[in-house]
Design a protein around this ligand. Structure first.
Ligand code: SF4
Length: 336
């Protein structure tokens, strides 16, 4: 079965599977290795790493996979344009509007999925039926429920971001002690799990994962009666209307998600894991601070300079120290 790789939550795995293909969330290599060529092009190293991985995926070594990139951020849009200019016909660029409140934007996204379907069929995929789409939606909904709870097995479906699956498992099995922190930000790569270790070693615990590719960016559960009536419309609703991504305007969905997570998990701080030069998360920081109402630590990932990981660890330790100091001050009896 041919594989379609992607790494954006607005690419519905069900739509690919309904065409008889295998959907796979691609995890590129360590992004810092791509920092130098990325800097030359003025791109974030993660975007560069994804583009390099996608460029390789269509080769014989990559199993001649097809790839879907999106226009969710300028850097990806720019990179996808470069690959298209290079004549890569195995790469599809899905336009995802940043505005989400108008029916016109939603219709545009639906039309883009239809265009993706035609492109897949032109490359040997089978035309989807409503039954096949609905079956894929039901199966994936059940797997997503386990993903959110951190109970997904090690052989998680290929459309799951494996790093986020591993983190969800760690969150679900961490005991209740230590300073609670939430994560938010850019997609994680395998080496970023060192941050989860640093949090635990500094005396903390992660209570939610709001990074891209984790539970925050899963589509909403499908509504059974809507799915029975028209699975494609329900697919569009659950993805386009519901995913609180950082590039969406206005930013009310992301604000609401953060407010809900703060209310539910009551973390003492938020760690914003921001891939270096990611303008979107950088611009989101002031609103995050306002909405979260707790300290927000802005952590640059992909710091390829010597001691980069140690710097991240030291900043987490310093944050926890200040939280402990504040708690101790509040616990003091009033003067006199
Ligand atoms: S990390 Fe930011 S700049 Fe890089 S690809 Fe993702 S959204 Fe774009």
């Amino acid at each position: 079965m041919k594989t379609v790789v992607y790494c954006n939550p607005f690419v519905p795995a069900e739509w690919i599977e309904a065409h008889g293909l295998r959907a796979e969330w691609i995890v590129p290599e360590h992004a810092a290795k791509h920092a130098e060529p990325a800097a030359v092009r003025g791109m974030c190293p993660y975007a560069q790493a994804v583009l390099d991985a996608v460029a390789d995926s269509g080769s014989p070594a990559g199993g001649h996979a097809l790839a879907v990139l999106t226009t969710a951020c300028d850097q990806m849009r720019h990179g996808a344009g470069m690959l298209a200019d290079a004549g890569r016909e195995d790469i599809f660029v899905l336009n995802v509007p940043s505005t989400w409140q108008s029916p016109g934007s939603r219709d545009y996204y639906a039309a883009e999925l239809t265009r993706l379907g035609r492109w897949l069929i032109a490359r040997g995929a089978t035309a989807p039926s409503a039954e096949r789409l609905a079956r894929a939606m039901r199966d994936n909904d059940a797997a997503r429920d386990r993903f959110r709870k951190g109970t997904i097995p090690t052989d998680a479906p290929s459309w799951c971001n494996p790093v986020a699956v591993e983190l969800a498992r760690r969150i679900a099995t961490t005991d209740g002690g230590g300073i609670a922190v939430g994560l938010i930000g850019s997609p994680l790569l395998p080496h970023d799990l060192a941050i989860a270790r640093a949090v635990v070693e500094a005396g903390g615990r992660i209570v939610f994962d709001g990074t891209c590719g984790g539970p925050r960016t899963l589509p909403e559960p499908f509504e059974p009666s809507a799915m029975a009536a028209n699975p494609f419309d329900e697919l569009v609703r659950a993805y386009f209307d519901a995913i609180p991504a950082v590039f969406r305007r206005p930013a009310a969905q992301l604000d609401a998600w953060v407010a809900r997570a703060m209310e539910q998990y009551r973390p003492a701080a938020l760690l914003c894991l921001r891939r270096v030069w990611c303008d979107l998360w950088h611009a989101a920081l002031p609103r995050l601070r306002e909405t979260a109402g707790v300290p927000v630590l802005d952590l640059d990932l992909d710091d390829e300079q010597e001691g980069g990981q140690q710097r991240v660890t030291s900043r987490i330790e310093a944050l926890f120290e200040s939280i402990r100091d504040r708690a101790a001050t509040h616990a003091l009896p009033p003067d006199g």
